[in-house]
Design a protein around this ligand. Structure first.
Ligand code: ADP
Ligand code: ZN
Length: 434
């Protein structure tokens, strides 16, 4: 179902017009209400009147994560505190978290963004939406929760963790929809497979909305087969609202971005110039409707490209390719750029392996080392190294051909690699501490 046909299927010309109107408003508000933006724009010699249409967006200043941290906690707020009804913060592992504040309208807009994604894959009244994203400051839990509520579905706020209980409730309550990180979904699939009391056939799950971290087509295949569901990619970030900035439609061929709410650009992260259409680069968003914390040209550090071809579903909202990774997740190993998602892609091509992996990068004798822990499935596992060799060799060759560096592959027992209930941690780069 298309939840908001007028917005999701608007012709390009009308969309540009709407985006222009909303951008002009947003810039005006930023300039008038947020000293940070006024300073930035004054420094660049730009006045709100200079922004006459969406084509002028390139003249505006960027906003970075660094800026958000400097303005912690409420420096970017454009409304009095009495208008704020919710505060979230990103999981940010270092330093101060990034804060997002919301007015009532902001929450409604966010819920609609995420609900458009769920509605596209048929979620409706009567569905039981098990929200296994963490509830709390992290936007995942409440974001999915409010979207389910907007659609009139049952909100089942299990939050993340306690996996045995998750699957028991999934069975007993008859959950039809699962929302969590893809890595946690994979873990739940494993717990179901091992369970004596819950069998995949007992479950009523139809669809899962997975996001908050990069994942691959290989992982999709794995999740769809193992959970017997359709696995849908949902994307978002605290700086814009949370999950629901965009998501895949039923055709699963790229993430539609809700361009009436967030204007996307792709820039070259080195030159900061716009990329050619279809070219990979850094995704940048400008919020077009946010009240509490409007943000101009936020540099997400997520690397992807935009696809403007028409989608079979009838939506005109631009599609984004899968996120290759964040620029700060990129490892430079022996001079070669490597993303964890590339390793996941290679790994999931081999059925003998589970999709779990952990990368350790270090520097020894002036040379980068790249160790990759992987697990063989129990049917294939043997502690005997000579029996592991036939599996290691093809994976090694595939990684060398795909990323161009030679990994030291270590086979672990099934279940040995740490599972995560939220965003997975796939890398330990020890060079950072040297
Ligand atoms: P943090 O920056 O602490 O992780 P957020 O929870 O706001 O805080 O995370 C937003 C980021 O999560 C995005 O910028 C992106 O890197 C990642 N992300 C979210 N959804 C997806 C997705 N579907 N695919 C890939 N990456 C995603
Ligand atoms: Zn579509």
């Amino acid at each position: 179902m298309i939840l908001n046909r007028a917005m999701e299927c608007m012709d390009r010309e009308s969309m540009r017009k709407l985006q222009s109107e909303r951008l002009i408003e947003t810039v005006k508000r930023c300039y008038e209400k947020v000293p940070f933006y006024r300073r930035k724009m004054d420094k660049m010699g730009i006045k709100p009147e200079d922004i006459r249409s969406i084509d002028d967006i390139h003249r505006l200043p960027f906003t970075t994560k660094h800026d958000l941290r400097d303005e912690y906690p409420f420096g970017l707020q454009a409304v009095p505190q009495s208008e704020v009804v919710r505060i979230h913060a990103s999981s940010g592992t270092t330093g101060k978290p990034v804060v997002g504040t919301y007015t009532k309208n902001d929450l409604a807009m966010w819920a609609e963004g995420a609900a458009r994604v769920m509605a596209a894959s048929g979620v409706t009244k009567g569905d039981i939406v098990q929200v296994s994203y963490g509830y709390g400051l992290f936007t995942g839990g409440l974001g999915a929760h409010d979207a389910a509520g907007l659609l009139g579905a049952v909100q089942l706020p299990t939050s993340a963790g306690n996996s045995e209980k998750q699957i028991m409730l999934m069975k007993d309550f008859g959950s039809t929809v699962l929302c969590c990180t893809p890595s946690y979904a994979l873990h739940l699939a494993e717990v179901i497979e091992k369970s004596e009391t819950v069998k995949k056939e007992d479950l009523k799950l139809k669809v899962g909305f997975f996001g908050a971290e990069p994942w691959t087509e290989g992982m999709r295949k794995e999740l769809q087969e193992r959970l017997g569901i359709k696995a849908i990619d949902i994307y978002g970030l605290t700086e814009m609202c949370g999950p629901g900035v965009g998501g895949e439609c039923e055709y699963q061929n790229g993430t539609h971005l809700w361009e009436d709410l967030f204007y996307p650009e792709i820039i070259n992260p080195d030159t900061l110039e716009p990329c050619e259409p279809g070219e990979f680069g850094e995704l940048v968003f400008t919020s077009l409707c946010k009240e509490a914390m409007p943000i101009l040209r936020y540099r997400t550090r997520d690397l992807t490209r935009l696809i403007y071809d028409k989608c079979e579903c009838g939506r005109t909202a631009v599609r984004m390719d899968r996120i290759l990774g964040r620029s700060d997740d990129m490892m430079i190993i022996r001079g070669v750029n490597v993303f964890p998602s590339q390793i996941e892609t290679c790994l999931t091509e081999f059925p003998a392996f589970t999709a779990q992996y952990f990368i350790t990068v270090d520097r020894k004798n002036n040379e980068d080392t790249f160790d990759l822990d992987v697990e063989l499935r129990s049917e294939y596992f043997s502690p005997n190294p000579s029996k592991q060799m036939p599996y290691i060799k093809p994976l090694y060759d595939r990684i060398v051909s795909m990323v161009g560096i030679k990994p030291n592959i270590h086979i672990k027992e099934p279940g040995a690699i740490q599972r995560s209930i939220g965003k997975a941690k796939h890398v330990n780069d020890k060079r950072k501490f040297q």
